[in-house]
Every structure is written in C-alpha cells, then in structure tokens.
Design a binder for this molecule. Structure first.
Ligand code: NDP
Length: 243
C-alpha cells in the first residue's frame, strides 16, 4: 500500500532551544517540518540535518518575526513544499530585562514587536494556509502570571498578551475547527537561561530546570487527536516555579 501523505507543520523559531526540540518531536510524530530562524542559519541547518538523519523531512526558512512579509513568504514556501499546514507552533521570542529607571525604549519596542506583534503575524499567516481541523500552539511563559524577577515587567506583559490573544483567537478559529493553545513554560535550559541556571534551580520546587523536550511533549499532545476539545487554553509547565 502507498504510505499516507505526510502532514505538514511549521515551527516559527525552530533553530534553537525549545523550538528546535518541538521541530524534532513533530518530525518524530511524522510531520514534514518547516522551521524558521532569524539569524542562526547554522543552528537551523543542524536541526534539519538531525531530522533528516532520523528519516524525517524538514526545511529551514529565514523569517524575522518583525517582518510581516518574511513571515507570509515563509508560510507560503512551507505550504508550496509540503501542502496545507496541519500544525503551527509560534515559539520565536526573546527575553530582555532592565529595571524601570534604565529601561530602554528600544528594548520595549523589540520585545513587543517579536513577542506580541510577531506572534499575531505568525498565527494570521499560518491560519491562512492551514487545513480545517489544524492546531496552532504558541509558546508564552509562566511569567504571564508572575515572574518574581525585577526588570522582567515588559517581558511578562508580552507573554500575558500572548495568553489573552490566544484565548480570544480561539473564537476566530473555532468555525474552522482549528484549535489554538498557549504553552507557558517556566525555566528551561536553553540559551535564554544561560548564566541564571543556579538561581532558577534554587528557586524551583523540583530543584531543577526543564528540558526543551519536556515542553515539546506538551506541544505534541496539543497537536494530537487527543486534544481536539481543547482550545483557547494556557497551560503551564514549570516544575512548580510559579506556585
Ligand atoms: P532560544 O533563545 O534558545 O531560541 C529562540 C528561538 O527564537 C531561536 O530559534 C531564534 O532564532 C528565534 N528567534 C529569536 N528572535 C527571533 C526573531 N526576531 N525572529 C524570528 N525568530 C526569532 O530561546 P528559548 O528556546 O529559551 O525560548 C523559546 C520560547 O520560549 C520564547 O518565546 C521564550 O520567551 C519562551 N520561554 C522560554 C523559557 C526558558 O526558560 N527558556 C521560559 C518561558 C518561556 P535564531 O536561532 O535565528 O536566533
């Protein structure tokens, strides 16, 4: 018998950290994966090669979250290559922090542009190429509830905006049976947390930080047939950090 056609997934910000783990996990689940990156083409290629070495299908596409045209072009390239999308994961995001007195305005603008406007653009572009019944997943942060870290106000605000955006977009997408959910990780060992690990481990009830694969596992569930009745939700995976 011919094998069934692959389903297609796009992972925005799939070159490193949590996004790379999600791209690998979705490929393992049988999706053809288009992953985007901003500047680290080398890291994106590493992820593509490791997926291909495991017998999966993947391509890397450059698309900065601040560039609406680049996001639309990446989604259209992914759809041209793999067909209509079934899963879109909007992971691309940055953390920058500063106490209020010194908080630079360009830092605020950058975080809102990537963590909020970029998420909206990616969801809008992906939905336009998505098969009815597909799944959209955003990566927010447990700081949407509280960060407990001085200088994180704007980052936390940007992630709270993602949680609200997802809850309300669920209504827009529901008529097409497209679900959208938001994963709110706590400390995970990636380039973002380099230099803070001891502090984060000490403050976490489970006395460790998470692995990117532990976030990818939740993304795999949310994109599976078992999660079809979930939409508009924000789910925290943080080792109890925000308790
Ligand atoms: P990393 O810094 O390891 O990876 C960030 C990813 O996002 C990379 O693929 C990067 O691409 C991409 N990216 C960054 N800026 C842009 C941009 N302007 N346009 C397009 N892509 C971009 O981060 P993490 O894996 O740690 O974080 C991933 C997500 O998880 C973020 O949204 C973050 O806020 C969230 N998060 C992380 C936590 C943690 O403890 N690590 C905790 C809670 C939430 P490139 O490689 O090209 O730079």
């Amino acid at each position: 018998l011919p094998s069934p056609p692959l389903k297609a997934a796009v992972v925005f910000g799939g070159s490193r950290g949590i996004g790379a783990a999600i791209a690998r996990r979705l490929a393992h689940e049988g999706y053809a994966v288009a992953l985007t990156y901003a500047s680290r083409a080398d890291k994106a290629d590493e992820v593509v090669q490791s997926i291909q070495a495991d017998g999966g299908m993947a391509i890397a596409l450059q698309a900065d979250s601040t560039d609406a045209g680049a996001i639309a072009a990446a989604v259209s390239d992914a759809a041209a290559r793999f067909g209509r999308l079934h899963v879109a994961v909007v992971n691309a995001g940055i953390y920058e922090g500063s106490p209020l007195e010194q908080f630079p305005l360009d830092m605020l603008d950058r975080m809102l542009a990537i963590n909020v406007r970029g998420v909206f653009l990616a969801v809008q572009a992906a939905a336009s190429r998505m098969a009815d019944g597909g799944s959209i997943i955003t990566i927010g942060s447990n700081t949407a509830a509280r960060s407990g870290v001085v200088g994180s106000s704007v980052y936390a605000m940007s992630k709270a905006a993602v949680a609200t955006l997802v809850r309300e977009l669920a209504l827009d997408l529901a008529p097409r049976q497209i679900t959208i959910n938001n994963i709110q990780p706590g400390p995970v060992e990636t380039d973002i947390t380099t230099g803070f690990l001891d502090y984060l481990i000490e403050r976490n009830p489970l006395k460790r930080v998470g692995r990117p694969e532990e976030v990818a596992a939740l993304a795999a569930f949310l994109s599976s047939a078992d999660a079809r009745y979930m939409t508009g939700a924000s789910l925290t995976v943080d080792g109890g950090y925000s308790i």
